[in-house]
Design a protein around this ligand. Structure first.
Ligand code: COA
Length: 371
């Protein structure tokens, strides 16, 4: 019938956005016109979240107010805490966040300005994740406050019950900046589709978390860590990767739908992975990761994406692997919210066509007459 279909919508422009552009031609990434490399080198996560939500970098007073507003909204509703306690200890933390966001949508149905909601959710996601985690791993109902003024420091404080050393805090913050936004990726597109039906903010975020959970998207960072940790050394890794490639297995943390030669975020996070490995005197995992990278380039001409070396950064920060993808949720919630806001500003129901490849029209056969 002559309809053009593109598997996985590859190469299809599915809408317009002023938030971010990931460019295949130059393998570059810009948030509202700012190169992500500059933001990762100089900005705080809060500056980036503000930029995404409000369109401009904050001045000093705006940033200070923004931080104060976030820090003042870290507490969770008591009913949500009770529910988090009742969720299974063995649940995947991504399911916990998806459920927690959904519960917030029941407890506090959307009735206020969406940017205020977005700020509150951003402030609460680390609390939600770590309240559940600490209750089920340590049997403690942790205090959700912390002396840390920033989201990254707060996350690490709730996790380790002490202030984070600056090198680890900054490494985690850089990863949050790199994860904060990525144009029409699967989870963001899911959020925009949900928003286009005029559904509420929480439904869009819960749907986005569901989309992010899979190993082809956000789940790749957890899977990459499992891969790296499965090898005892670089030679063993080379052998293991060759075997996997021979079995046509996917190597998690490699390849990208948009970028074709390199992921511009990867060299940035790789540098931090190396620094933290040296700091912690654990260079073994980094050496294994570099060998995997070399084998993938040589054998498949594939490059590491952001998820690959992020896994090493998180490990060095003492973060359990099951919390890796939830960190992606925390970071990306700023980008999702920006897209929900943008979709609402010029909304039209997202409803594409499908190319039909099923049977031609045929007559209904009554049950009694079917063979
Ligand atoms: N490991 C091994 N082979 C890979 C690969 C990987 N990580 N990524 C792509 N390839 C291979 C494919 O098997 C395919 O080979 P073929 O042409 O011989 O069939 C070729 O490269 C093209 O890949 P394709 O599946 O068409 O790319 P895509 O655009 O549909 O997929 C990803 C992009 C990200 C889903 C894919 O690279 C992938 O699954 N990566 C691993 C998961 C991951 O890291 N996700 C995080 C993304 S940020």
């Amino acid at each position: 019938m002559g309809t053009l279909t593109t598997g996985g919508l590859e190469g299809v422009v599915a809408g317009r956005t002023a938030i971010c552009t990931a460019e295949a031609a130059g393998d570059t990434l810009f948030y509202r016109g700012f190169d992500v490399a500059d933001l990762a080198a100089q900005a705080s996560y809060e500056e980036v979240a503000y930029l995404l939500l409000y369109g401009e970098l904050p001045n000093a007073a705006q940033l200070s107010d923004f931080r104060t507003r976030l820090a003042g909204q870290r507490e969770l509703p008591p009913d949500l805490k009770t529910l988090l306690e009742r969720l299974p200890a063995a649940a995947h933390p991504m399911d916990v966040l998806r459920t927690g966001v959904s519960v917030l949508g029941c407890l506090e149905p959307e009735s206020e300005d969406v940017t205020a909601l977005a700020e509150r959710l951003l402030a609460r996601l680390p609390a939600m994740l770590l309240y559940w985690h600490q209750f089920h791993t340590r049997g403690q109902r942790i205090d959700l406050g912390s002396p840390a003024a920033d989201l990254t420091g707060h996350f690490l404080h709730l996790l380790h019950s002490r202030a984070a050393e600056e090198i680890y805090r900054r490494a985690l913050e850089v990863s949050l900046i790199l994860y904060a936004e990525h144009e029409f990726n699967a989870s963001t597109f899911a959020a925009r589709v949900i928003t286009s039906t005029r559904a509420d903010f929480y439904s869009a975020i819960a749907g986005a978390i569901g989309a992010l959970r899979g190993p082809l998207h956000g789940g790749a960072n957890e899977a990459a860590m499992a891969l790296i940790a499965s090898f005892g050394g670089a030679d063993e890794a080379e052998h293991g990767i060759l075997e996997r490639l021979a079995r046509k297995e996917l190597i998690m943390g490699f390849g990208h739908r948009v970028y074709k030669r390199r992921d511009p975020r990867s060299p940035i996070i790789k540098q931090w992975a190396r620094r933290l490995g040296e700091e912690a005197r654990d260079t073994q995992h980094y050496a294994i990761a570099e060998r995997i990278e070399a084998v993938m380039r040589r054998e498949k001409r594939l490059f590491p994406n952001l998820d690959f070396y992020s896994a090493l950064v998180y490990r060095a920060c003492g973060i359990p692997a099951s919390l890796f993808t939830p960190i992606f949720v925390i970071a990306r919630s700023a980008g999702w919210a920006a897209h929900i806001i943008e979709q609402r500003q010029d909304n039209r129901l997202i409803r594409p066509l499908a190319e039909y490849v099923g049977p031609a029209a045929r007559a209904y056969v009554p049950l009694a007459e079917r063979p």
